[in-house]
Write a protein that binds this ligand. Structure first.
Ligand code: ADP
Ligand code: ADP
Ligand code: MG
Length: 460
């Protein structure tokens, strides 16, 4: 059993990991930047070590400082959370060589799935369908045009090292392709320090359907069903739910089929610990592999609600070398869960980040309501990191109950001092198409353009 774990992250996920450790009687060590002195994860952990200035590059991304903190505190393992160093194979390797367990996939699997291009190659080898596209990185304009002509427009240019919905450009013809190719490369270089891009067919109006997987050190891998994350703004998830209404109502057999494909990819990578295999599903029920997220995911709580399985606890057990306690047939799904990512952003000003001091804070509760957050009244959201305030999760015996609880919970949530996305999520929950479960990844764009039209008409 681990006696002490260092949490190499901040915000709600650091709190989430500390909670799991406490329940397992494991002592915790927080690391924090100068901007996070008053953070909840610092207060909740048994020990806390400052690792540098506010900028992530000076703190949460500093492998040397995190390892020093781990050595000083004498921990058995490090949990990387999501974002920051969580998908950095080198970091996992450094932990392994310092005799500190990395609570995540083994570094070899991480290398195999290093980026979107290597992951595509692996999926192809495993015989899993993927959007037609380039074989790896596209090196120049001419190749970009040749590939796009071959697969047919529209196409999407994507950063191989991309993440968080950034570094993507859709192109409908040669002109927008050439322009998109260069801007995507420049953006990718700036955001990810890697200008490599590849091209794939742009799938129109799909659902984003992803499968949670768990793997142990004996090579057993299972999936825990899907999450539908089609409600996105600029390719970033805003609302997630499980089960997927598309699979539940239209393509019931797909759950088993895509689930098996997800496990196959994980097996091909000799994957261990928790991960997520992302797919797009079109209106005909065709599915296409997107990428593997080699970490715990933001939206993991909805899977926990319908399976009754604590994913972070499982991550810790698997990292200790414990075998999976469930076989595929042990995994049962019950009820419906929805998550809203509540961000400090102004939906009336193009979602401009709204950091600052939270004056009043009252969070919803009651049956079927869960809030994962690190904030409190008087807490100041620093401008340096992402703008998430917390995750509001509701559970009901069916989709309707989960939605009704979500609307009720959103209306109870009171936060003053910063702008939040709560009104935006209320509008989504009230939308007739969302209520019916009929939507795709362009849902938010349509909703916002409708709202804009109404505003213009009102002014006129
Ligand atoms: P999820 O699929 O778990 O919802 P997101 O793509 O929303 O994941 O990312 C989760 C967090 O990790 C966000 O804070 C996001 O900004 C960050 N993140 C994800 N990928 C990267 C990356 N490649 N580089 C930097 N940050 C990333
Ligand atoms: P990230 O690493 O930023 O999460 P993903 O490859 O997972 O990038 O894609 C994020 C989102 O972008 C998808 O959920 C989808 O909405 C959109 N997207 C990505 N690739 C395609 C594609 N080939 N066709 C249509 N939409 C896509
Ligand atoms: Mg993704």
């Amino acid at each position: 059993m681990f006696e002490k774990v260092l949490v190499a992250n901040r915000g709600e996920i650091a709190v989430r990991v500390i909670r799991a450790c406490k329940e397992l009687n494991i002592r915790t060590v927080a690391v924090y930047s100068e901007a996070d002195v008053n953070s909840m994860h610092v207060q909740m952990a048994d020990e806390a070590i400052c690792i540098g200035k506010a900028a992530s590059a000076e703190s949460y991304l500093r492998i040397d400082r995190i390892i020093s903190a781990a050595e000083i505190a004498d921990v058995d393992a490090i949990h990387p959370g999501y974002g920051f160093l969580s998908e950095n194979a080198h970091f996992a390797q450094v932990c392994e060589s310092c005799n500190i367990r990395f609570i995540g996939p083994n570094s070899r699997a991480m290398n195999t799935l290093e980026n979107k291009a290597t992951s595509r190659a692996l999926a192809k080898k495993a015989g899993v369908p993927l959007p037609p596209g380039s074989d790896g990185v596209v090196e120049n304009e001419q190749d970009a045009i040749a590939v796009s002509k071959k697969i047919g427009y529209p196409v999407i240019i994507k950063a191989v090292a991309g993440g968080g919905g950034r570094g993507m450009r859709v192109a409908h013809n040669d002109v927008s392709l050439v322009k998109g190719y260069h801007t995507a490369r420049a953006e990718a270089d700036k955001a990810f320090g890697n200008s490599g891009v590849y091209i794939e067919k742009y799938i129109e109006n799909p659902h984003h359907v992803e499968f949670q997987i768990l793997g142990d050190h004996k090579g057993h891998i299972i999936h825990l069903g899907e999450r539908d994350c089609s409600i996105q703004r600029r390719n970033q998830k805003v609302v997630e739910e499980t089960p997927s209404p598309l699979i539940e109502h239209k393509f019931k057999k797909l759950r088993d089929k895509i689930g098996k494909a997800a496990v196959k990819i994980a097996e091909a990578a000799n994957y261990t610990n928790a991960g997520t295999v992302e797919f797009l599903v079109d209106s005909h029920g065709n599915f296409y592999f997107l990428e593997v997220n080699k970490r715990i995911q933001v939206e993991h709580p909805i899977t926990e609600e319908v399976t009754g399985i604590d994913l972070v606890r499982y991550q810790i057990m698997l990292a200790m070398g414990e075998p999976l306690r469930h076989s595929q047939s042990d995994i049962q799904f019950k009820g419906h869960a929805i998550e809203c990512r509540i961000n400090a952003e102004d939906p009336f000003d193009d979602f401009r980040p709204s950091p600052g001091r939270i004056e009043m804070y009252y969070q919803p509760g009651g049956r079927g309501v869960r809030v994962d957050t690190h904030v409190y009244a008087g807490y100041t959201i620093p401008p340096t990191y992402d703008s998430m305030i917390g995750k509001l999760v509701t559970y009901g015996k069916d989709r309707r109950e989960a939605m009704d609880k979500m609307s009720r919970a959103l209306s109870e949530y009171m936060i003053t001092g910063v702008k939040t996305t709560i009104t935006f999520q209320q509008a989504i929950l009230q939308d007739p198409n969302f209520r019916r479960g009929v939507y795709s990844t362009n849902f938010v764009e349509q909703l916002l353009s409708g709202a804009r039209r109404e505003l213009i008409e009102e002014k006129a």
